[in-house]
Design a protein around this ligand. Structure first.
Ligand code: PLP
Length: 411
């Protein structure tokens, strides 16, 4: 079994080939990408220890992103289920309605520091693109978003939002015309334009440096949560369970990062993948449904693939979780057994949304509804001393149409 070291940041626990546990991550990239990736690696290693840069990050997290986001008890849900106390970290209160704004803001700041005027990124469902276009607008950067032609058709409201923020959407017609191809095209563009252009990857995936920057950015969530717990309970609770949905894995990494050194008997990490529709064999759960290690977007990870090693088809009600790969950091946490992974089906997520939005003044999007589904299963089996915290990382407004279609209402 792989080993997790204490007192060393998780994002730094790779070997000289940038592999976590010698197995996951790395930089499996074409020769032409090596130089821009290396330059960005050197710049970020400098910036993350630069006092002025840290002050800037903290300033914009507070005054632009809206940190700290609330930490609230869900009394009605707790009473209804009986058992563990359920709380929520309401990250959906952040500017833009989800955690992706932390990564986008940091990338915009890095772009400024690098003296570049252009920022590019890829997007599938459109949320990463929307957040990057927001941050670009805020910091006066010109923004291009690469997006599969098929996704552009499916995600009109997000495309409208990106254009409104002044971003140019570059349609990608190659391959399946979805996220996987958009990422490849974005990287190709970056190689030819890296002198003037900075690239952002929207989750804890991709070549090593992008995983690092993203996890370092979302770590704000757990930094805040530790302070809020000390204020609320006097300390980090003796029995704590931190439940997060997992797509690429950036919200979960951010939610867990500062708790990494706690014993897992005290602070358990539970990641919930998208189990997909009950009636289908398709899913988006590489860690729970026994997928194999493969290379996706420059990094080794568990990937859903067919018997020939081609990227497999996925399905989930939740666009944000519908991804065939998973962050190498989560592969590492799974193999070291520091985190436990499970999945929730589309129907379980919808039922969780129904119950939480009925009982509480909270409207989680379909991604965190997967995490709530696990909390709902777990809470009745646990003692009243146990604290469950769910990262409510997105707001349901963005899922309005699909919720209305499936449930017949939206509140
Ligand atoms: C994008 C998104 C996700 C999935 O991405 P992670 O990198 O796993 O966090 C989850 N929740 C919301 C609200 C999202 O927008």
């Amino acid at each position: 079994m792989l080993k997790l070291k204490k007192k060393i940041q998780l994002i730094d626990q790779h070997d000289k080939n940038y592999l976590y546990g010698g197995k996951f991550g790395g930089n499996f990239i074409p020769e032409t990408l090596k130089k821009p990736v290396e330059d960005l690696t050197i710049l970020f290693e400098k910036l993350r220890h630069d006092k002025k840069f840290l002050q800037q990050r903290d300033y914009y997290f507070k005054h632009y992103v809206g940190a700290p986001t609330p930490f609230i008890p869900l009394h009605n849900l707790t009473k209804h289920l009986g058992g563990a106390q359920i709380w929520a970290k309401v990250v959906s209160e952040a500017n833009g309605g989800a955690h992706k704004i932390y990564n986008a803001t940091v990338h915009a700041l890095i772009c400024k520091r690098a003296g570049k005027k252009y920022i590019i990124g890829d997007t599938g469902a459109g949320y990463a693109g929307k957040m990057l276009s927001m941050a670009a607008k805020k910091f006066g950067l010109k923004c291009k978003i690469f997006m599969g032609a098929k996704d552009i058709k499916r995600q009109k409201p997000n495309c409208d939002a990106m254009r409104k923020n002044g971003a140019e959407i570059v349609p990608v017609y190659s391959g399946s015309q979805t996220l996987v191809d958009a990422v490849s095209e974005c990287m190709r563009y970056w190689v030819s334009n890296c002198d003037t252009t900075h690239m952002c990857v929207g989750s804890t995936v991709g070549p090593n440096i992008f995983i690092k920057i993203c996890a370092w950015s979302t770590a704000q969530i757990s930094r805040e949560l530790i302070v809020q717990m000390k204020q609320t309970f006097g300390n980090v609770p003796k029995k704590l369970k931190l439940i997060n949905c997992v797509g690429g894995g950036s919200s979960a990494m951010g939610f867990w990062n500062e708790f990494m050194d706690y014993d897992k008997k005290q602070v358990e990490f539970i990641g919930v993948e998208a189990g997909g529709p009950t009636k289908s064999k398709l899913h988006a759960a590489p860690l729970t449904n026994g997928s194999k290690i493969g290379i996706l977007h420059g990094a080794a990870q568990y990937v859903i693939q067919d018997k020939d090693g081609q990227i497999g088809e996925t399905a989930s009600i939740s666009a944000g979780l519908d991804y065939p790969g998973i962050s190498p950091l989560h592969c590492f946490l799974k193999d070291t057994k520091r985190a436990r992974y499970t999945s929730a089906t589309d129907e379980e997520a919808l039922n969780a949304y129904k119950l939480v939005s009925k009982l509480e003044k909270l409207s989680p999007s379909l991604e965190p509804s997967h995490a709530f589904a696990e909390a709902i299963k777990l809470a009745p089996k646990l003692s009243k001393e146990t604290i469950i915290v769910v990262n409510s990382c997105g707001d349901a407004k963005k899922d309005r149409d699909i919720i209305k279609k499936r449930l017949g209402y939206f509140k």
